[in-house]
Design a protein around this ligand. Structure first.
Ligand SMILES: [Zn+2]
Length: 219
């Protein structure tokens, strides 16, 4: 799952708007920010198999980021960062933590079994990646539905809808690029590309949802 994770961020922003959009966007992929860094550091391991349907990722070892206890720890960390660094209200901090954990649930749906239930335990994954077209429709559908909710929240604040449409367009573009990548490169290069995509999406979310200067029309 790639842009489908961002659906949780959009739904959370619609339900609890007191945390900035970019923080929800980062939260929805926080586990993968960590994963990209740990793959580049050689701590977590993957290889690519272009013969696989859907995603070409074979995620050999990722106990620190994608095990159930690991994901829970990242979620608590995300909530605490939201509360004590971003200084959002507790309800928004809890929402940030829930969005971090939603990543693991999304991965559980699409990954082939590679998510450790506990250290040394069984690996979970329902394997929806094996059905590339329904999986793509699911990801884009989740983004579309939650984007409507989020746009409704923006309109309720008297803000324009078009930046939301632009943002969703960017997500769809990223998903298409992701689907068309050859998937036969080095793992470290793949992790670096993924991290750049996560950073670009977060910066775009920050820019698009930033507070307007006094006297300026809100976008
Ligand atoms: Zn992941």
């Amino acid at each position: 799952m790639f842009v489908g994770h961002y659906a949780a961020a959009l739904a959370a922003k619609a339900a609890e708007p007191r945390a900035p959009l970019w923080s929800y966007i980062v939260a929805s992929q926080l586990v993968d920010w960590g994963w990209s860094c740990l793959v580049m550091a050689g701590v977590e391991k993957l290889h690519l198999d272009p013969s696989l349907p859907g995603s070409h990722l074979v995620l050999d070892e990722m106990p620190w980021t994608h095990s159930l206890p690991g994901a829970l720890a990242w979620s608590v960390g995300g909530a605490l960062l939201g509360r004590f660094v971003l200084r959002v209200p507790w309800a928004a901090a809890a929402m940030l933590g829930a969005v971090v954990f939603s990543h693991w649930l999304g991965d559980l749906l699409v990954h082939r079994p590679d998510l450790l239930l506990y250290p040394g335990g069984p690996k979970l994954g329902l394997g929806f990646w094996n059905y590339p077209m329904p999986e793509l429709i699911l990801e884009l559908g989740l983004v579309a539905v939650t984007a409507v909710l989020w746009t409704g929240q923006r309109k309720a604040e008297g803000r324009h809808a078009w930046p939301a449409a632009l943002f969703v367009g960017l997500l769809v573009g990223l998903q298409m690029i992701n689907a068309l990548l050859p998937g036969d490169g080095a793992p470290e290069a793949m992790a670096r590309t993924a991290l750049l995509a996560y950073i670009a999406t977060a910066v775009w979310a920050w820019w698009m949802d930033r507070h307007p200067a006094p006297g300026r029309r809100v976008v």
